[in-house]
Design a protein around this ligand. Structure first.
Ligand code: RFL
Ligand code: PHB
Length: 389
């Protein structure tokens, strides 16, 4: 089989890229290891920047998101029993949209089906070959048969554990990583959200986040130990702990119910450089990870897709390779800023096992400065709604 762009990974990055390329008349084939049901069962991001929303619109996949997504003009930050609001609209004139990654992915799959896009599920043994030649190709196994996909370019959209990043030789690849000494225990429940806006809470028992998917679907998180397993946490234990970590006013009105999903995510900051190697371009979690505190993971994937899509369009339509040549540099420049913001938010809001009393005082001073200072709030708001592409 032959295509112009072989896309490894059918998560949001891979599907969005393939949809945009299709609209520009560029062929692609998406190779996905899992079934569609499995991909749609993963509960992940919930907050979309305007840059992401605009890409979905450009890809012609925004109808449901535009109708059902919640516009959030601000967010609440709590510590101890106090809370204050960061007003995105006032500080940036912009907002974020709360619409689940599961729904984004479902809409992208539906659009790919409607356009007759090729998404092959259940592939294994994916290998990227001859990336520095002008005839790169991907091999894989499907239903026990070896397959070969010839292409002009490979987009590595296969997440943190996929094979694409590993195809860049170690003497070329440089990786930067910070692993945090805790995780997030997340619960999804069919209950109305506790507030109209998200609540990020720093408490002396650890971080908590109140988020949502729609008017009757809430998503909550508490910071937990890395040695915990979701089975260690009964629903009752989770709700009790969440209530202890958010302001009393919110705890009193929290409506609890059975969890319909419960999982633990480790927190990590990670960047690989460069993001291009010959015909291979890394996108999204394949190249970088942020801790979820700044809601940036899916949104950094969007800027990669924007740069790569425009670079490929320039290559095929104008025979100009400049966009592809500067891809890695442009993508990384924005990513490092999102890394900084996510790392800062994580440090501001979590309890660290080795935190001294002095460190706790510094965190408190940082929170009070943010509460009282307009410029500090503007910095947070600008980063949260998303830096320009
Ligand atoms: P994905 O979603 O991991 O998709 C990669 C796809 O590649 C497939 N794959 C392979 N396919 C073929 N062959 C192989 N060998 C393969 N190996 C893997 C996988 O099956 C998968 O389908 O990466 P992508 O597309 O780059 O998307 C990235 C986002 O998923 C991620 O950044 C966000 O979910 C991060 N994130 C958040 N981001 C936000 O922007 N806002 C948020 O509010 C937000 N909240 C979160 C989050 C991530 C979380 N977790 C669980 C990590 C909250 C949480 C709890
Ligand atoms: C979510 O709704 O899952 C969510 C929201 C904001 C974050 C992280 C996760 O910062």
């Amino acid at each position: 089989m032959r295509t112009q762009v072989a896309i490894i990974g059918g998560g949001p990055s891979g599907l969005l890229l393939s949809q945009l390329l299709h609209k520009a008349g560029i062929e692609s084939v998406v190779l996905e290891r899992q079934t569609r049901e499995y991909v749609l069962g993963r509960i992940r991001a919930g907050v979309l920047e305007t840059g992401f929303v605009n890409l979905m619109r450009e890809a012609g996949v925004s109808k449901r998101m535009d109708a059902e997504g919640f516009i959030h003009d601000g967010t609440l930050i709590a510590y101890d029993n106090e809370q204050f609001r960061i007003d995105f609209a006032e500080h940036t004139g912009d907002h974020v949209v709360v619409y689940g990654q599961t729904e984004v992915t479902r809409d992208l799959y539906d659009a790919r089906d409607a356009m007759g896009g090729t998404v092959i599920h259940g592939v294994s043994d994916v290998e990227l070959n001859d990336l520095t030649s002008d005839k790169p190709y991907v091999t894989y196994t499907l239903n026990g048969q070896s397959q070969r996909l010839d292409c002009d370019f490979v987009a590595g959209c296969d997440g943190f554990h996929g094979p694409s990043r590993q195809a860049i030789p170690l003497d070329v690849r440089r990786e930067y990583e910070k692993v945090y000494p805790f995780g997030w225990l997340g619960v999804l429940s069919e209950t109305p959200p506790v507030d109209d806006e998200l609540i990020y809470s720093n408490s002396d028992r650890g971080f908590a986040l109140c988020s949502m998917r729609n008017a009757n679907l809430s998503r909550y998180y508490v910071q937990c130990s890395l040695s915990d397993s979701p089975d260690d946490w009964s629903d009752q234990a989770f709700w009790d702990e969440l209530k202890r970590r958010i302001p009393e006013e919110a705890a009193d009105k929290l409506i609890t119910g059975p969890s319909i999903e419960k999982s633990i995510a480790p927190l990590r900051s990670f960047v690989t450089e460069p993001m291009r190697y010959g015909a291979l371009f890394l996108c999204g979690d394949a190249a970088h990870i942020v801790p979820p505190t700044g809601a940036k993971g899916l949104n950094t994937a969007a800027s990669d897709i924007h740069y790569l899509y425009n670079g490929l369009k320039q290559h095929y339509q104008d025979k100009d390779s400049n966009g592809l040549d500067i891809y890695s540099q442009k993508a990384l420049s924005r990513i490092w800023k999102a890394e900084r913001f996510s790392w800062w938010m994580t440090n501001l809001l979590h309890r660290f096992p080795d935190q001294s009393e002095f460190d706790v005082k510094m965190q408190r001073a940082d929170l009070e400065f943010l509460r009282d200072n307009d410029a500090a709030q503007k910095v947070l708001a600008e980063n949260y709604v998303g830096l320009p592409f």
